[in-house]
Design a protein around this ligand. Sequence first.
Ligand code: PEP
Ligand code: MN
Length: 345
Amino acid sequence: MIVVMNINATAREISDVIARIRAMGYDVHLSEGKERTIIGVIGRGRPIDREQLALMSGVQSVMPVSHPFKIASREYHPDDTLIPLNGIMVGGPNLAIIAGPCSVESREQIIETAYAVREAGATALRGGAFKPRSSPYAFQGLGEEGLRYLAEAREATGLPVVTEVMDPQLVPLVCQYADVLQIGARNMQNYTLLHAVGESQHPVLLKRGMSSTIEELLMSAEYILSHGNMRVMVCERGIRTFETYTRNTFDINAIPVLKRLSHLPVIADPSHGVGRWEYVESVALAAVAAGADGLIIEVHPQPEQALSDGQQSLRPERFAELVARVRQLAPVVGRQVAEPQLQQV
Ligand code: PEP
Ligand code: MN
C-alpha cells in the first residue's frame, strides 16, 4: 500500500503519517519525487484502516499497489530512477554503454580492451572475474586477481568497473573493486545473494534469469530495494526458447514493459541475448529503439581466442561501428551518447 501526500505537504505532516504507519507495525519506505512524497507501507502489521489514514492532514490518497513488487513499481515511484555512472545519469537522456570482455583473462587483455572501448565511447568497463560456467571444467575466471586487473584498467582509463559477484560472502571483496555489482542470470533468484548486495548499498546490475518472467525479475529487484539500496538497473539478456539458431531469444517486449511497470533503468544485453556477434548490432539498435537506457556489450581483442563467449564478442573496431550507429539512432528516440572526452573522470 502507498500513501500519496499532497504536493505541498509539510515535513511535519509527512512525519506524522510515518509515525502512524510504524505504530501499526509496518516499515516505511519514502519516495521523494520531483512533485510529491509517496510513503510505501512495507511488511506485515496490523490491518490498516485506509480511510483513517486518508483523513490525516497532508494525505492526498491511500492506494493499494496493484503489483507484488512495491518499491520497484512506477505507482510508488513515478519518476525515472537516475543512477550516476561516469558523469552521466543512467535512466536519463544519455545512453549508458558498458563494454568489455566476458571474462578478464589477463592484465594485458583487460587493459587493452578498456582503452579500446573508451576510445569508441563506452561509459563503463565490464569483465567477469568470477564466472558462472555451465561446465565445471570450463574457465572459471581469475577471481581476485581478475578484480585487481579490473581496478588497474579503471586506474588507467577512468572507466568505472561492472563485474559479477556470485557468492554472498564475497560481496564485501567485490565491492572493494567494482563500481557496479553484476548479478548474473543464473543467480537472479539467489535470495541470499540479493539480500547481501542490497545491504552493501552498492549499485547493482541485475540480469533477468533465462527462464524468469518479467514479474520475477522485478521481485528480485524488490529484494535489493527492500534494503534501501535504490541503485538497481535491471537487464534483459535473452530468454530460453525453442529457437536454436541463436543462443537465447532477446525479449524486446521486456524493455517497454519494464519501463512502464518500473522506474528502474533498463539495460539491454544483446551479446547474451542473441549469442552470435553477427547479430549483436541489430539487436542493440532494436533495444535502443524500444527504450533501453543502456547497453552492455561483450568486446574482445581476439574473439577467436577468448576463454568464454568468443562467438558473441565483437572486435573493438566492430564495437566502435556499433557505437557510431547507436549515436545516429539515439536522437530519433530522444537519447544521446555522451562523447568520450566528456566522460573523463
Ligand atoms: C556475462 O555477463 O558474461 C554473463 C555470464 O551473463 P548472464 O548471467 O546473463 O549469462
Ligand atoms: Mn558472457
